[in-house]
Design a protein around this ligand. Structure first.
Ligand code: UDP
Length: 244
């Protein structure tokens, strides 16, 4: 396989499907089946799951809650989503470990990098929960950080649209898809790929980032197999010779 080890970032919203909040079991099961397919094809896969379908710290803080408490609730929401994904994977007999950046030992393991890598090498799916364990961060940043730590050769960000567009394709029908772009272009044009911290981490550590539509059946399997779908964010192309 072109990719030995990938990290998939799923937002909480990806699990929503048509449900108003929480998790749509049909969507959860379909994504779990695709993760199983990626693993069966020979690519190690780790997941970082967001919590936006349940709580986002910024939203709660906007309603008056203390921001740190709100972010802690957001991190706990990601643990719930991680447990749901573990359950869906284990129902189809995919060995899985949830590893949390917050200590919740009755529920799941702590995140320990060496152990995470050992799980992946043993053919298990590792699901990283609770972001990085600190407030004022997002699970996008956690995904970049964990991808770097475990030596993933690709970070896949699953979204609701086909890739990165010049503007929001839902509100701007004339927006164009960028098949390839650099980290700096994504930052400069504020393309809302991932938050800036996450993109800078990828840029500074040379982790290629593919953005694709998780609602398109089979897209995850194809992206993991190295197919050029969605948008790829990577380093600057080699500079051409300066003109005299
Ligand atoms: N969060 C946090 N630290 C982290 C990761 C997440 O405080 O390292 C909190 C934050 O409040 C965030 C919430 O958890 O809003 C859910 O994560 P996120 O918004 O990234 O979820 P997604 O948008 O991917 O569903």
């Amino acid at each position: 396989m072109p990719h030995r080890r990938i990290l998939l970032k799923l937002s909480g919203e990806a699990l929503l499907g048509d449900a108003p909040c929480g998790i749509d079991p049909a969507v959860l099961n379909r994504i779990a089946a695709e993760v199983a397919e990626v693993l069966a094809a020979g690519t190690q896969i780790a997941l970082v799951i967001g919590g936006g379908n349940i709580f986002r710290g910024a939203g709660l803080a906007g309603a008056g809650m203390d921001r740190v408490t709100a972010d802690q609730m957001g991190m706990l929401a990601t643990v719930m989503n991680a447990l749901a994904m573990q359950d869906a994977l284990e129902r189809i007999e995919v060995p899985t470990r949830v590893m949390s950046a917050l200590k919740i030992n009755q529920v799941c393991e702590d995140y320990i990098r060496r152990r995470a890598v050992a799980h992946l090498d043993a053919g298990r799916v590792a699901i990283f929960a609770a972001g990085i364990g600190s407030p004022f961060f997002t699970t996008d940043s956690a995904a970049s950080l964990r991808a770097i730590e475990i030596g993933a050769d690709l970070l896949i960000k699953a979204t609701k649209v086909d890739g990165i567009y010049s503007a929001d394709p839902v509100t701007h029908p004339d927006a164009v898809l960028y098949p390839r772009l650099t980290y700096d272009q994504a930052l400069r044009e504020n393309l809302k790929v991932m938050d800036a911290t996450a993109i800078v981490l990828c840029r500074d550590n040379q982790v290629p980032l593919r953005v694709m539509n998780i609602y398109e059946p089979g897209a995850l399997v194809r992206a993991a197999a190295g197919e050029d779908i969605g948008s790829l964010v990577e380093s600057e192309p080699a500079e051409s010779e300066p003109k005299e």
